[in-house]
Design a protein around this ligand. Structure first.
Ligand code: NDP
Length: 298
């Protein structure tokens, strides 16, 4: 049993590799830098998948909330290409393989759905393609076309919550120091999933042959940014009264990128629940308790 993970060196990819290794899978990452468990994107393009690959997962993508990078046309292109080209490279390798893997799992985002405080989105809802992120997700998912009988599973993930990556890594210090607070009026929805549940959901998708198509990778309990702020601050035992004005984020990050924090969408994991997936962290207070430690054990 061997799994290829595009972006396996990142926050999600690394956690996934650890979970799958603990279940007896052999893991190989596709990454830009050489290392013992890494193969390069050019090797995938030139020589295809390694023999005996049973599943392929793509978690690659240039981080767009990198505050040191300005939102220039070149950087936006990098954000797009690092997702679309890696997905295409893996899909092409799968389609060319003689000995095909059983499943291709792609992690995209709930940015597929137009931000709104009134709409509710399940997996059958339309992706609108009106803003940068929804347009990106549409193109990204299109790049994942694999021929049957390979199963394609696309997980549209909410903000992935865990101590060492994504949103929590960026917010930990200000919240720990008591400088945290809601973003804007805090009323925007914050679709979220704990990192352990996302990696368990990917594992579930790999192992259950009936799972295919789009899954909303979010907790079934929808919260707002304000509710998250309260829960995280409580878990840390800190106040969180200092709001971050939307205008400051728009100025610092560019409104097109800042919308990922200033706006949100009410996303329901209808198909995930129908398949019978059991979450470990359904409730934001339980999730926050798990990662609200300066030096957690894992
Ligand atoms: P990380 O930034 O931690 O990891 C991303 C990985 O992508 C890295 O390991 C890196 O691998 C690879 N990568 C980065 N830039 C490029 C590039 N230009 N070309 C090829 N590969 C690149 O991100 P996460 O693990 O948090 O996220 C993984 C994916 O999941 C992303 O596509 C992200 O959009 C998506 N996602 C994440 C969410 C989150 O909250 N974290 C929420 C929803 C979706 P290396 O440097 O080894 O090549």
């Amino acid at each position: 049993k061997s799994v290829i993970i595009g972006g396996g060196t990142g926050f999600i990819g690394k956690h996934l590799g650890e979970l799958l290794s603990s279940k007896g899978y052999d893991i190989m990452n596709v990454a830009r830098m050489p290392a013992s468990k890494n193969i390069s994107w050019s090797t995938i393009e030139a020589s295809g998948l390694p023999k005996d690959t049973s599943a392929v997962v793509n978690c690659a993508g240039q981080q767009f909330m990198d505050f040191t990078k300005s939102w220039t046309p070149g950087f936006k292109q990098n954000v797009q290409n690092s997702r679309i080209y890696t997905t295409k490279a893996l899909a092409t390798a799968i389609n060319k393989a003689q000995d095909k893997p059983k499943v291709f799992v792609l992690v995209t985002g709930v940015g597929a759905y137009e931000p709104s405080n009134v709409n509710k989105y399940d997996e059958s809802s339309p992706t609108t393609g009106t803003d940068f992120f929804s347009r990106l997700v549409v193109e990204w998912e299109k790049a994942a076309q694999v021929d049957p009988p390979v199963r394609l599973v696309i997980i549209r993930s909410g903000a992935v919550l865990g101590r060492w990556g994504g949103m929590i890594k960026n917010m930990f210090l200000p919240f720990f120091l008591g400088f945290g607070g809601p973003i804007g009026d805090g009323k925007q929805y914050l679709p979220w999933i704990h990192i352990d549940d996302l990696t368990r959901l990917i594992n579930f998708a790999i192992e259950n042959e009936n799972v295919k198509g789009v899954l909303n990778g979010v907790s079934p309990n929808v919260i707002t940014n304000e509710e998250f702020t309260k829960s995280f601050a409580k878990a840390l035992g800190r106040p969180a009264f200092i709001p971050v004005p939307e205008a400051i984020l728009n100025f610092a990050l560019h409104p097109e990128r800042a919308m990922i924090m200033t706006k949100g969408q009410h996303v329901i994991p209808k198909r995930v629940l129908e398949y019978g997936f059991k979450y470990r962290y359904e409730n934001i207070n339980d999730a926050c308790k798990e990662f609200a430690h300066l030096f957690p054990k894992k």
